[in-house]
Design a protein around this ligand. Structure first.
Ligand SMILES: [Zn+2]
Length: 274
């Protein structure tokens, strides 16, 4: 089925290998998601991450925001390692420079800093664990209706100091607006009160893909629950460090932060394709 779905996605760059043993499609750009097929008995590795491969040879991998222009995909066959060089397209990120701001004199106390660190570590740890099966066969959908108020990769430079790039897509909507699961999966994290992200929810979609939903008002599901695409899982809120009600929606591949809009383009909802 999955092969059938992707066969029709002809708009993407295709790299044909020297033999028909490795095909790579998708968005080969910073923050992008790639997918492909490889022949049996082959293993793949990228940047130290072992790539999941389905019984019929389907695989995915993610590309970070700051990826260099060339990546080496390691191909392991009969214990021999060869490399496939992949060209990664650079993107122009929105950079906003604000100078002359008064020095920020308020910094979190030690206890708060510790919590921030531990909560971040918990999220990172959960992202490293993923089902070795494809739960995202239906593709991905936007998890809420709302105005796009922030895009992936944008960065603010305050008084010359670069802040962390924005790691997801922001959708602004009133408190309580439905948030639905972007794809089928298993709930991998529910947290009621994180300092930065407030009420926080994560779903494992398999093969390394996790989605995250933050600043929520309510969460209607529990860790370990199976969810289906489109199922209402939460309500939009204003919890954690945020100035207005919105959903921050992120997708990662083994912790590599991806542009959700890229993932939705590469793996769209099946109904849209058929
Ligand atoms: Zn955000």
């Amino acid at each position: 089925m999955i092969r059938f779905i992707f066969f029709y996605l002809s708009i993407f760059i295709s790299i044909n290998g020297s033999a028909s043993d490795l095909t790579i499609n998708g968005k080969l750009e910073q923050g992008g998601l790639a997918y492909g097929w490889v022949s049996k008995d082959t293993k793949l590795r990228l940047g130290g991450i072992k790539i999941n491969i389905s019984p019929d040879g389907f695989f995915i991998f993610g590309i970070s925001r700051n990826s260099p222009s060339n990546l080496d995909l390691e191909i392991i066959t009969n214990k021999k390692i060869s490399k496939r060089n992949i060209n990664i397209k650079k993107r122009n990120w929105i950079i906003e420079r604000i100078d002359g701001l008064p020095r920020n004199t308020v910094s979190p106390d030690k206890k708060t800093l510790n919590r921030i660190r531990n909560e971040g570590a918990l999220i990172s740890q959960r992202r490293k664990v993923s089902k070795d099966s494809i739960l995202f066969e239906s593709g991905f959908i936007l998890p809420a209706e709302g105005r796009v108020s922030g895009v992936f990769g944008s960065q603010r430079v305050l008084n010359g100091k670069p802040r962390s790039p924005h790691s997801g897509l922001d959708l602004a909507a009133p408190i309580g607006t439905n948030v639905v699961a972007t794809a089928n999966g298993i709930v991998s994290l529910v947290h009621d009160d994180m300092i930065l992200t407030g009420k926080t929810l994560m779903i494992d979609h398999g093969f390394g893909l996790h989605s995250i939903y933050i600043h929520l008002n309510d969460i209607f599901i529990n860790e370990g629950d199976s969810v289906t695409q489109g199922q209402v899982i939460a309500g939009i809120g204003v919890t954690g460090r945020t100035s207005g009600p919105h959903l921050h929606f992120g997708i990662t591949w083994y912790g590599v932060k991806l542009d959700p809009q890229s993932v939705l383009e590469v793996l769209p909802n099946r109904n849209l394709v058929n």
